[in-house]
Design a protein around this ligand. Structure first.
Ligand code: DOR
Ligand code: ZN
Length: 433
């Protein structure tokens, strides 16, 4: 079976060109200005063809938490958001902490995924041998501060061993002891606004600083990747760390487009870890995107049920969904000249593929896997909860009117999403170098 995408503007090597694309057996086999013939055709007139997004940070909740999301609904949300590859986090129930549990998770995903995927192993204080045994993983997720689930490692020696495992390390950086101290200090406040005080920017920066210190003495560090960086101070530390150790970072759309004021407006629906920050921090993140300190944008798609959020601050879980809103938010930002389309592609596709060493997906090029998204830069639409594919059916961006939306998503040469509808195609596990 062949598929041709014709009459679109295609992002090739950082340039938009009028080209037709031929896809055969899941791979791009031609990018040409010439006419091409094919059994199936997609007309992309007036639209732009980009490489599919690679989201290095999602929680799709299997096994054990399928009331919130499952591999089917989660990957459908990805497809609707132009995301063609997701890296699944380990804080499920049970947590993915052994090679055997990882294999089980693979089995579940294989049956349900409609986009491509990779997995993280979760680090504990004593599973270093399991980490070393795990094959073809995106990396190891280390929580230095507690969050959803019970994965947590605070001992510096254990952290050093994990850093020396030879795997890519993705760090959720929050300092557990400082966070506990802040919680104690604010224990009489029980509204969502206290979240930004307990999980302050300093809590994050302290953990980033300490992780860098430990990494400097780790024997066999492959890469230290700081995920969902939110504070100005953390950015400064990472900028310096990059000169000394192989390190990188990502930021989330919610930390780029929302401030802690949302905790006042949306309560627990704006509660996530790390917390939302001041507009000064948000400005620092945007500057860090433009100066190249930020390598990737990733969603931290972390769905929870509405009911779970509609409780007391203390009871409500942390996390917001993001797979369906990342690309429209960023396209809207491109329309507003906050970022270029080239930067968008680097941050959401090229850099994730390169830094995590995914085979065959670094560029939209002949020979690459046909993971693509077609976008309409002029389409204006509101984010509507009822139209979302995520099982939780809410978004902190509901009601936002955005200009620039994905219309069609292609995974391994198959159309998985087209104008609001999902096709039941099969995603594949990605291969890492
Ligand atoms: O807000 C968050 N939600 N932060 C995390 O670290 C975990 C995530 C979740 O799994 O709910
Ligand atoms: Zn997360």
């Amino acid at each position: 079976m062949t598929l041709a995408i014709v009459n679109g503007k295609v992002m090739v090597n950082g340039k938009l060109e009028d080209k037709n694309i031929l896809i055969e057996n899941g791979k791009i086999t031609k990018i040409t200005a010439d006419k091409i013939s094919s059994s199936d055709r997609l007309d992309a007139s007036g639209k732009i063809v980009l490489p599919g997004l690679i989201d290095v940070h999602v929680h799709l909740r299997e096994p054990g938490l399928t009331q919130k999301e499952d591999f089917k609904t989660g990957t459908m949300a990805a497809a609707a958001g132009g995301v063609t590859t997701v890296f699944e986090m380990p804080n499920t129930n049970p947590a993915t902490t052994t090679a055997e549990l990882l294999q089980k998770k693979r089995g579940l995903m294989k049956k349900k995924a409609v986009v491509n995927y990779g997995f993280y192993m979760g680090a504990t204080a004593d599973n270093i041998n399991e980490i070393k045994r795990a094959e073809n993983i995106a990396g190891v997720k280390l929580y230095t501060g507690s969050s959803t689930g019970d994965l947590l490692v605070t001992d510096a020696n254990a952290i050093r061993d994990i850093f020396s495992s030879g795997k890519t390390i993705v760090v959720h950086a929050e300092d557990e002891s400082l966070m506990q101290r802040n919680a104690e200090e604010h224990k009489d406040e029980n509204d969502a606004e206290v979240h930004a005080k307990i999980r302050s920017g300093e809590v994050e920066a302290k953990a980033v600083r300490e992780a860098v210190e430990i990494a400097l003495t780790a024997a066999n560090l492959k890469r230290l990747h700081f995920t969902h960086i939110s504070a100005k101070e953390s950015i400064e530390i990472i900028r310096e760390a990059k000169k000394k150790i192989r390190s990188s970072c990502d930021v989330t759309p919610h930390h780029l487009f929302l401030t802690q004021e949302e905790l006042k407006k949306q309560g627990n629906f704006a509660k996530m870890n790390p917390a939302l920050r001041s507009s000064e921090d948000v400005d620092a993140l945007w500057k860090a995107i433009n100066s190249g300190v930020v390598d990737c944008i990733a969603t931290d798609h972390a769905p929870h049920k509405k009911k779970e959020k509609e409780t007391d601050y203390m009871e409500a879980p942390s996390g917001v969904p993001g797979l369906e809103t990342m690309l429209p938010l960023l396209l809207d930002a491109v329309n507003k000249k906050m970022l270029t389309l080239q930067q968008l592609v680097k941050l959401t596709s090229e850099n994730p593929a390169r830094l995590f060493g995914i085979k065959n997906k670094v560029n939209l090029a002949v020979g690459a896997d046909a993971d693509l998204v077609i976008v309409d830069m002029n389409m204006e639409k509101e984010v509507e909860n009822k139209k979302l594919f995520t099982k939780c059916k809410w978004s902190p961006f509901a009601g936002w009117k955005l200009k620039g939306w994905p219309t069609t998503t292609i995974v391994n040469g198959n159309v998985v999403y087209n104008e609001g509808k999902i096709n039941n195609v099969k995603g594949k596990e990605v291969e890492f170098e």
